[in-house]
Design a protein around this ligand. Structure first.
Ligand SMILES: [Zn+2]
Length: 221
């Protein structure tokens, strides 16, 4: 195929973004092993975000069409997408509708409410080294707003045995200066004035399983 023919073909790829807003937060003591987000950059048109993950070596994660979600985290917002045909909404975002009738319709972005509901949950009694002292950790899948899918994150300010399916939650962000555009920028908490239901057999069972974890963590230096 000659060069002439290639030029005539339909342009397939987007223009290379021009990254102008760059931030570095590589810790001074970062070693050649381990995992850390060490920076990110945002293109001058605000459309694309690259994130730099050091995991034994430096990786660049191009968020592409999903960039608004990660940029939104920097601003303390949860961005989702919806289909303009059927109105299904998703967090984590989908770039195209999943319904066959919508023929892969390109979705639009929408700012989601900072409220959610527990869909599924579990209690972590063991973890990677960096989180051991925070155990036990309540990990949940939550439905944000009217999303059709659930997103995973930690649930704080609750005893692990008090978690309930469907319980109402709020989304709490870290202070702006600590945010890095990753899902660890936020966590879930029960809504204000939420009261757990009285203890029952199942809650007692979970409590018995979890209490040794608290004791074990106290022994850690
Ligand atoms: Zn649709």
């Amino acid at each position: 195929m000659s060069g002439q023919q290639i030029i005539k073909k339909k342009k397939k790829f987007a223009d290379e973004p021009n990254f102008t807003e760059k931030k570095t937060y590589r810790p001074n003591d970062v070693k050649e092993t381990g995992l850390a987000f060490v920076g990110h950059e945002i293109s001058d048109d605000g459309k694309v975000m690259n994130q730099f993950l050091h995991y034994d070596q430096l990786y660049t994660i191009r968020h592409g069409w999903n960039s608004p979600f990660f940029k939104g985290l920097l601003d303390g917002k949860i961005m989702g997408t919806y289909c303009p045909i059927c109105n299904d909404t998703w967090v984590p975002a989908r770039t195209h509708c999943w319904r066959l009738n919508c023929n892969l319709e390109h979705t639009k972005w929408v700012e989601m409410p900072l409220t959610a509901k527990v869909h599924t949950w579990t209690v972590a009694g063991w973890s990677g080294r960096s989180s051991l002292k925070r155990l036990p950790i309540v990990l949940i899948y939550a439905i944000i707003g009217d999303s059709k899918v659930a997103i995973a994150n930690e649930l704080h300010k609750i005893k692990p045995w008090d978690v309930e399916f469907g319980m109402p939650l709020k989304i709490v962000f870290k202070p702006k200066e600590e945010r890095i555009g990753a899902v660890t920028d936020f966590h879930f908490e029960p809504i204000d004035n939420w009261k757990p239901s009285p203890m029952n057999k199942e809650k007692e069972r979970i409590k018995k399983l979890v209490e040794p974890v608290y004791e074990w963590v106290k022994t850690m230096k």
